[in-house]
Design a protein. Sequence first.
Length: 108
Amino acid sequence: MAAYQYIYVMKGLTKIYPGGRKVLENIWLSFLPGAKIGVLGHNGAGKSTLLRIMAGIDKDFSGEAWAAEGVSVGFLQQEPQLDPSKDVLGNVMEGVGATAALLKEFEE
């Protein structure tokens, strides 16, 4: 199967934190359209690091990591940065504002 059929690819990816702590080493992944994935591991194993790299948030690694053209990868932080001046609904609406606006437009 050719690589262009995959929606996401990692080749030989390694992530080393300052001080020399290697959290990911020589990772090879590829996902086909419609794939459902889970990431399991012990605390500190690199799960969040892997997902941040996939989402394009962390670009400090060696190897390759790329999504196919037209594919976007979302990432929900474990500890989201909330606006302390807003209540829960206000913070949620800030995150879904564009989608809520489209829904409102559709309903009209």
